[in-house]
Design a protein around this ligand. Structure first.
Ligand code: FAD
Length: 307
């Protein structure tokens, strides 16, 4: 058995593994894909002390740093269930089970896709999911935000300070965002809100997004918006489906509930990063949370005997 088994190989998992391994304890990472969401990111400008880097480059440095500490890295394996019998057991989809005294869950999240033609083709070429990350790339341009919930309206307000103009495109005939956000958005001179609009296609010129089409659901007419960027804000889904029915408490939306030391409701199991209730989902925040969870797990180990 391991002392600490980290499930997930994104920024949170990598930081957790390094902090654990530095305590001289037996540490492993099991992950479907090392690097996590970072592998899908092109420019990163908010990883403090590194003015500019690219996702695959950061992921390669994470892996190198982890391996420098002799962490066992098991990739292309998916955790399918978790249980406890003294040790924490992580059952893999392949049929094997990994045992550890403590486990750190860092399985991240994924943005809900629009599932329309052009979205995948133009991802990172104008189709974006994170306004804090990619907003500045659209300075002085026209953009659309898809989704009129809190995250969509927050994104529109955030972007309106940087870009020339924002159009919010909402499927329903009302906005779900809090009133105070709606008021703020309507008070800004450069945000338009279109409701009852079903996004049908991302339009590109072969290399970049140039617009998007939507169906006006009141008339059935297809209309076009000329925009350089499309921010998809229709939900962030935590990768925690495999924890449903376990002893680990999740919120209604599937986020793992953690305390200030990263502890979950199951003793010996810690969690960090985008899969948890942490309010902001960013690389630097996930790394800090990974370090916290590892120190929390170490604290647990020195207080509990091996079974
Ligand atoms: P993730 O990066 O999601 O990693 C999750 C890990 O868990 C992966 O290794 C995955 O394979 C693994 N996993 C999932 N389920 C299982 C399972 N059942 N079994 C085993 N392994 C599993 N943030 C910034 O700070 N700056 C940016 O510029 C930026 N740009 C972004 C651009 C894009 C396109 C996206 C999608 C995100 C961006 N983000 C950015 C957000 C940032 O990438 C995330 O906040 C961060 O990666 C979260 O780290 P994490 O380790 O919690 O999860």
């Amino acid at each position: 058995p391991y002392d600490v088994l980290v499930v997930g190989g994104g920024p949170a998992g990598a930081a957790a593994a390094i902090y654990a391994a530095r305590k001289g304890i037996r540490t492993a990472i099991v992950a479907e894909r090392f690097g996590g969401q970072v592998m899908d990111t092109v420019g990163i400008e908010n990883f403090i002390s590194v003015p500019y880097t690219e996702g695959p480059k950061l992921a390669a440095s994470l892996e190198q740093h982890v391996k420098q500490y002799g962490v066992e890295v098991i990739t292309e394996q998916r955790a399918a269930a978790i249980s406890k019998d003294g040790y924490v057991n992580v059952a893999l989809a392949s049929g094997a089970t990994l045992k550890s005294r403590a486990v750190i869950l860092a399985t991240g999240a994924r943005w809900r896709d629009l599932n329309v033609p052009g979205e995948i083709e133009y991802r990172t070429k104008g189709v974006a999911y994170c306004p804090h990350c990619d907003g500045p790339f659209f300075k002085g341009k026209r953009v659309a935000v898809i989704g009129g919930g809190n995250s969509g309206i927050e994104a529109a307000i955030d972007l309106a300070g940087i870009v020339e103009h924002v159009t919010v495109v909402e499927f329903a005939d009302t906005l779900r965002a809090d009133d105070v956000l709606q008021k703020k958005a309507r008070s800004m001179g450069n945000i338009d809100i279109i409701m009852s609009a079903r996004t049908t296609e991302v339009i590109g010129d072969g290399s970049r997004v140039v617009g998007m089409d939507y169906e006006d659901r009141t008339t059935g007419e297809i209309k076009r918006l000329n925009v350089a960027g499309i921010f998809v804000q229709i939900g962030l889904v935590p990768n925690t489906e495999f924890l449903k029915g376990s002893e680990i408490a999740l919120t209604r939306t599937g986020e793992i509930e953690i305390d200030t030391k990263g502890a979950t409701s199951l003793p010996g199991v810690y969690a960090a990063g985008d899969a948890t209730t942490v309010p902001f989902k960013q690389i630097i925040i996930s790394m800090g949370a990974g370090a916290t969870a590892a120190l929390g797990a170490f604290d647990y180990l020195i207080r509990h005997q091996a079974p």
